[in-house]
Design a protein around this ligand. Structure first.
Ligand code: F6P
Length: 357
């Protein structure tokens, strides 16, 4: 292996630059391998947009959020848009382009980009994957994804700040965090930030149960509450009807995601003044935490080491104390959800946190 290409795909996550930096430094110093970077994920491959990644190019980027390579969740080579509304399988071209520029490809991505990488590897491309997503929901080995800790640390800080204002005004404050399919960010930040209620996609919730929890707090003279809700959380079937009514009557200025609906419904049911904060992309921006910088650096080193050793079709994964290769085929398992019978959910319940069930 003399030349390796790298791309970052899907939503960005703090730590992407730390991975790129580690790949380039290790490739140069340890393996005498050249590195090129495709711009904007697979879009850059299809458009043949790439540049040489030297140590000078990656200097000073360790702490920076985003990605110097750019990213996009569009332009899947298997469904490539050739004209408006017309999509074709251009995977063969994609592989030819990559093979003409490099001996192997490192894909730093989440479920979407790694699934594409897996399909390309089945057609002969030499690939190494590196697990990224703030959602921590990749079902490859036990991989903790980099970016996750930064995201939930930020959500925890938000809860700390909301705590004092909720208490001062005797309000219910709902914090909506990211997590379309999995509630890891909500669970971790909720426990770390002292939330009273945590709503996650894995546990359908009932408004009645949340109201009981808020009333119980009131009876103990706790006149404020913090509710963390993952954007993918939904009420159980019966409560869906109630929610639809709320959604239909939503004041357009306050219209947002599930956080808004929950806040309005709780205010209506309890009479306690409620507010919502939607954290949105603030969770994805900014500087990675020291843990994420270290994890990303280790992933970058391990990824280029695997490529140099010819151990393709693997994803690097933190298992216990070590980074180990896990078969790329495991992406086919889909999303890793919160284990609702797991230790952290149980601990949260034991200290009185309600999941609305
Ligand atoms: O997968 C990461 C993630 O941040 C999700 O938590 C969120 O639902 C989604 O990306 C948002 O994507 P976009 O930035 O494309 O709106």
């Amino acid at each position: 292996v003399k030349r390796v290409a790298v791309l970052t795909g899907g939503g960005d996550a703090p730590g992407l630059n730390a991975v790129i930096r580690a790949i380039v430094k290790t490739a140069t110093r340890e393996h005498d391998i050249e590195v090129i970077g495709f711009r904007d994920g697979f879009k850059g491959v299809m458009e043949e947009k790439y540049f040489q990644l030297t140590e000078a190019e990656v200097s000073g980027i360790l702490h920076r959020g985003g990605t110097i390579l750019g990213t996009t969740n569009r332009d899947n080579p298997f469904k490539y848009q050739v004209s408006p509304g017309v999509f074709e399988d251009r995977s063969k071209t994609c592989i030819e382009i990559i093979n003409s520029k490099a001996d192997a490809l490192i894909v730093i991505g989440g479920d979407g980009s790694l699934s594409i990488a897996y399909e390309l590897s089945k057609r002969g491309l030499k690939v190494v994957g590196c697990p990224k997503t703030i959602d921590n929901d990749l079902a490859v080995g036990k991989a903790q994804t980099f970016g996750f800790e930064t995201a939930y640390a930020f959500a925890t800080e938000a809860l700390d700040r909301l705590h004092s204002t909720a208490e001062a005004h005797h309000r219910v404050i709902v914090l909506e965090v990211m997590g379309r399919y999995a509630g890891h960010i909500a669970l971790y930040s909720g426990v770390a930030g002292g939330a009273d209620v945590i709503l996650i996609p894995e546990i359908p919730f009932s408004y009645e149960k949340i109201v009981n929890k808020l009333r119980d707090r009131l009876s103990k003279n706790r006149r404020f509450s913090l509710v963390v809700v993952a954007e993918g959380a939904r009420p159980s079937d019966g409560d869906m009807v109630v929610q639809k009514l709320v959604e239909e009557s939503t004041d357009p200025i306050r219209l947002g995601g599930i956080g808004n609906v929950v806040a309005q419904q709780l205010e209506k049911l309890t009479g306690i003044e409620s507010r919502v904060t939607v954290l949105g992309h603030l969770q994805r921006g900014g500087s990675p935490t020291p843990f994420d910088r270290i994890l990303a650096t280790r992933y970058g080193v391990a990824a280029i080491d695997l490529a140099a050793a010819g151990q393709f079709d693997n994803v690097v994964s933190l298992e216990g104390e070590n980074i180990v290769p896990v078969p790329l085929s495991e992406v086919a398992k889909g999303i890793r959800n919160v284990n609702v019978e797991g230790d952290l959910v149980k601990a949260a319940r034991k200290i009185g946190i309600s999941f609305g069930d």
